[in-house]
Design a protein around this ligand. Structure first.
Ligand SMILES: [Fe+2]
Ligand SMILES: [Fe+2]
Length: 416
């Protein structure tokens, strides 16, 4: 190679589309719809809108309105919520938004890495470059999404409490995949199956394609709630009222995620047919992955109605929040009120159950035609074990432990 040739090669911009010859003619099922989704996603400006909105966010200008429907408020339906002033109810609605996205961002951080690992299995086959480009774009969008959620959350908490008490420390991709936003990190043993799964994802095109079943199930359950935030914004707009910035962020995120959900659907339901029949190990891995996703959706929360996670993780934070000047409770009042909110049935439990039923119905529709899934996965039998009775039973036992520990730690003697 001459010096001139070397110089021009350096000056040339790198080619992004390196088309590898497809090894089999029948491949590329589902690639054409993904090309379309990719082009539309690239042309859209939802991510950019989110970035602008979060950068110019100040709490005071958005404090006077709810950010989503009232039933999507922290502790909705409990006696704490019922006794709250209008300003306190709005604050509970705003903190709901913060906690909802603390929950959502776990999946987004996991996806940033899993998308890339799956490309490791798709790219070498040839013919799937556009799928990889589409997943690259999604990954960069997720970073902007997470930054927006974290920034709005931080500013809101500081304005309401003078400090951050619900903020989720930025997890790594393994810690992010567990769905208890207030719990830091996974135990070392629980990371081992996940690390093994990641290594299979990067090598088996079939298993990689079916990661998008798991992702799709999580996409759909989030969409069931986020669609409500977006619809609430639309209602405000139609009534000629200003739409708060966090509601607009939800609205834009809902649209970005619409592309991601469609991608999950095409990869998991169409592209997998291009690959050779899965062996027993691949089928087992996919079923284990979907089974574990089901376990992440078989709980109801009344702290954050609509998220599918245990309430116990929130006890210490709620206890702290109730003693902040915004609520001004004594420690005994806070414990008594929490006892009623968690251990007695109220409207919040029914709201939580309604969102779960909607997510279960949509998720069942999503997996019903995947024949390689075992019955307990295709019928989402584990997810469907969530119930009001189960949640009250778990909360009652957990709250008894929390109360005992708190009273002991504070050296006080409370009754109630
Ligand atoms: Fe996102
Ligand atoms: Fe996404």
């Amino acid at each position: 190679m001459t010096n001139t040739a070397k110089a021009s090669a350096v000056m040339e911009p790198p080619l992004l589309e390196v088309a590898q010859p497809a090894k089999r003619k029948k491949q590329l099922r589902g690639v054409s719809p993904i090309s379309k989704i990719y082009e539309n996603n690239k042309a859209s400006s939802f991510t950019e809108n989110m970035e602008q909105l979060q950068k110019s966010f100040d709490y005071a200008s958005n404090a006077d309105a709810n950010w989503t429907y009232p039933e999507l408020s922290l502790l909705y339906g409990s006696s704490i919520y019922e006794a709250a002033s209008e300003a306190q109810k709005r604050a509970l609605n705003h903190i709901y938004w913060v906690c909802f996205y603390n929950y959502v961002m776990g999946g987004e951080i996991t996806t940033m890495v899993a998308n890339q690992i799956c490309c490791g299995a798709f790219y070498p086959i040839g013919g799937y470059e556009v799928v990889c480009h589409s997943l690259d774009l999604e990954t960069s969008q997720e970073r902007t999404h997470v930054e927006a959620f974290r920034n709005i959350g931080r500013v809101t908490e500081k304005a309401l409490f003078g400090e951050t008490i619900f903020e989720r420390p930025m997890p790594n991709y393994l810690d992010a995949s567990h769905t208890k936003p207030q719990v830091q990190g996974r135990g070392p043993l629980s990371k081992i199956p996940l690390m093994s799964l990641q290594s299979v994802l990067g090598q088996s095109p079939f298993v990689a394609s079916q990661y998008f079943v798991a992702r799709g199930l999580r996409n759909i359950q989030a969409k069931v709630k986020e669609y409500q935030h977006s619809a609430y914004g639309k209602e405000l707009e139609n009534a000629g009222k200003p739409v708060p910035a966090p509601t607009l962020i939800s609205h834009n995120h809902c649209f970005d995620e619409g592309y991601h959900t469609a991608t999950s659907k095409f990869i998991s339901h169409e592209i997998y047919r291009d690959f050779k029949q899965p062996n027993a190990f691949e089928k087992l891995t996919v079923n284990a992955m979907v089974r574990s996703i089901q376990f992440s959706m078989n709980e109801l929360s009344v702290t954050v109605p609509g998220i599918f996670s245990q309430d116990e993780q929130y006890f210490s934070t709620i206890y702290k929040m109730l003693q902040k000047p915004l609520f001004g409770m004594s420690s005994q009042e806070a414990l008594n009120e929490m006892g009623k909110a968690y251990c007695q049935e109220h409207e919040g439990y029914h709201v939580a159950a309604r969102y779960h039923a909607r997510a279960l119905a949509k998720n069942t529709e999503f997996v019903q035609d995947l024949d390689h899934l075992a019955d307990f996965n295709r019928e989402l039998k584990i997810m469907s074990t969530a119930s009001i009775e189960k949640a009250i039973r778990a909360n009652t036992a957990a709250f008894r432990r929390f109360r005992k520990k708190t009273v002991k730690a504070e050296g006080k003697s409370y009754r109630g």
